[in-house]
Design a binder for this molecule. Structure first.
Ligand code: FE
Length: 229
């Protein structure tokens, strides 16, 4: 078996949202796929530990928003590295309520689909929800984010994942640091555009109150990435 084969698969990146009574929650997911055209059915795979999983189970409705390639890391962090059990992820986020009653995130969204859950399959760690489209729309034009683009370019490459970046590391010798919480890699060559840190800024020179652009962890959550010196 060669698990590298799985890296050849391509996925989008979505905010999957649902509700339970008057509470909304959503998360970042890449396990979303259209599986039939008429009627339009989708599979949405959600980890059982997530609050959104409980919400979908309870309400049988969900929406997913197709994220733009320009989505800032802080937005992905808000939905992807926080729990709705601790924060209200929808606070300060622009959204609307769809025909199913599911909330639909509109920030950084190119298009959305909302759907009724018509079946599900238990995978142990995850549930696959099979959902039939009720409504959909385009919010803005742009290029969709892919899971690949997020993990290789936006989040930062890992030396294990990308031979392209191993070459770059050899050339730049810039010391990279990695967040222990969300695995974001700070690369001095690129700085942190979302946090107004200009390219060429070394990790040591980041302000003390600088936060991980994805999960908001502080600087002491970062370790030197081996093999980059
Ligand atoms: Fe982080």
């Amino acid at each position: 078996m060669n698990l590298l084969a799985l890296r050849k698969l391509r996925y989008g990146l979505y905010v999957v949202s649902s509700r339970r009574r008057d509470r909304f929650n959503g998360l970042i997911a890449n396990g979303v796929s259209q599986v039939s055209a008429v009627p339009a059915n989708f599979v949405v795979s959600i980890n059982k530990e997530n609050l959104t999983h409980e919400f979908i189970k309870a309400s049988k409705v969900l929406s997913f928003s197709v994220l733009s390639k320009n989505t800032p890391l802080s937005f992905i962090g808000r939905f992807g590295f926080n729990s709705g059990r601790e924060i209200d992820k929808f606070k300060g986020v622009s959204y609307k309520i769809g025909k199913t009653g599911a909330p639909i995130v509109l920030d950084n969204t190119l298009a959305y689909v909302e759907a009724n859950v018509i079946n599900e399959a238990d995978l142990g760690t995850h549930t696959i929800f099979i959902a039939q489209m009720v409504d959909s729309d385009i919010i803005r034009e742009g290029e969709p984010m892919t899971y690949d683009y997020y993990s290789e370019v936006k989040r930062g490459p890992t030396s294990k994942k990308s031979s392209l970046y191993i070459e770059q590391i050899a050339v730049t010798k810039a010391q990279k640091y990695q967040c222990r919480r969300c695995f974001y890699i700070y690369d001095p060559e690129f700085g942190d555009p979302d946090g107004n840190v200009s390219p060429g800024t070394s990790f040591e020179l980041l302000p003390d109150d600088w936060k991980c652009p994805i999960c908001r962890a502080s600087k002491n959550y970062f370790d030197k990435l081996e093999g980059t010196e």
